[in-house]
Design a protein around this ligand. Structure first.
Ligand SMILES: [Zn+2]
Length: 87
């Protein structure tokens, strides 16, 4: 499969691959299971609220088998509305 063929209709537009954003990647899947380096396999996870920040809530994913922290996710509280028209 030639991925370059999809460039024209890439929903994310032209992205700089030299600046990967792990948080963005994370947001693209529902983290119902993650790879646990301790269990050495994909495991079901528990989601725990870590921090509530002005820009959103930070969650931590814990391995449901050994309770290791195996992932984090930042959930934006709200999409900032950029289209406010003043005046
Ligand atoms: Zn584990």
């Amino acid at each position: 499969m030639d991925r370059r063929a999809y460039r024209g209709s890439d929903p994310y537009g032209p992205r700089r691959t030299e600046e990967p954003d792990p948080r963005r990647q994370f947001d693209q899947f529902e983290a119902s299971s993650l790879f646990c380096p301790r269990c050495k396999k994909a495991v079901p996870v528990r989601k725990r609220l870590l921090l509530v920040l002005p820009e959103g809530e930070r969650y931590e994913y814990l391995c449901s088998l050994c309770s290791s922290s195996i992932g984090r996710k930042m959930e934006e509280a709200r999409k900032k509305i950029q289209l406010i028209v003043t005046g």
